[in-house]
Ligand binder design. Structure first.
Ligand code: FMN
Length: 242
């Protein structure tokens, strides 16, 4: 079994070092793709001013200064629509199925890049925080209709070696032939493991269990994320509730 994958941890501090990012871009391009439509686009952000504006959206310290390289993975159905004969019904490229296919393709490509980076001695962290203001991301990256900025990914040479975060017990997250039968009360023991992890994080130590983390999310700031449905509609996706 691949112990590098089992030892995954997000890296948020990077050394100043040159990296063959084009090789990572090729890994993204080589990733499996739903229906082979390759419904994603990868944008590498090298412009400092643009990166600073994205940093303001994300609010993440990871994006401060020259720390690592930023990639944005974009759901992209625009190419498919551009290839359709003029006047065609493009429903199959704007519906839930097309949008989900774009999400699969963009996410799998991002994970493939991170996994490859980790196997190559690099590290990284996803940045879902670009979704704090999706419309601003669309404007900043000049994204056309039928696209959506799904996920950021920072990659670089690690300048930290964090402890791995313990995961939920198998009994709660892995089922055989159906939904796992584990009792959610098993989270109590896991709470202790998570609390131990957070208590021993050096300067970043805090009093936190898995349950407290989940409950904090009930009141976490959503920024502009509640607008995602309306933004997707403006981008030309047709995603009805029923
Ligand atoms: C879709 C997604 C979005 C994420 N967004 C952020 C983010 O915006 N900022 C951040 O610091 N970490 C982000 N992360 C990293 C998670 O915080 C991290 O994976 C999780 O805490 C588990 O830690 P580990 O990756 O070190 O095992 C994201 C992870 C995923 C899968």
């Amino acid at each position: 079994m691949d112990t590098i994958a089992l030892n995954h941890r997000s890296i948020r501090r990077f050394k100043a070092a040159s990296v063959d990012y084009q090789a990572l871009e090729d890994v993204a391009r080589a990733t499996a793709s739903s229906e082979f439509l390759q419904s994603f686009t990868l944008i590498r952000v090298t412009d400092k001013a643009l990166r600073e504006q994205i940093a303001a959206i994300s609010g993440s310290a990871v994006l401060q200064g020259d720390n690592g390289e930023l990639f944005v993975f974009v759901v992209d159905c625009a190419r498919d629509i551009a290839l359709a004969p003029t006047g065609s019904d493009v429903h199959n490229f704007t519906n839930w199925n097309a949008f989900l296919a774009g999400c699969f393709d963009a996410t799998l490509a991002a994970q493939n890049v991170l996994a490859c980076a980790e196997r190559s001695g690099l590290g990284g962290v996803f940045l879902g925080s670009i979704l704090n203001d999706p419309q601003r991301m669309i404007d900043l990256l000049h994204l056309p209709r039928h696209t959506f900025p799904l996920l950021g990914l920072m990659v670089g040479v690690p300048d930290e070696a964090p402890q791995p975060k313990p995961r939920l017990p198998r009994a709660l997250t892995v089922g055989e032939n159906g939904y796992p039968q584990g009792d959610v009360a098993q989270v109590r023991a896991y709470d202790t493991a998570v609390a131990h992890y957070y208590a021993n994080r050096g300067a970043d130590a805090r009093d936190e269990s898995f349950t407290s983390l989940v409950q904090r999310h009930l009141t976490a700031a959503v920024h502009h994320r509640d607008e995602i449905g309306a933004i997707l509609a403006r981008q030309g996706f047709v995603l009805p509730q029923d």
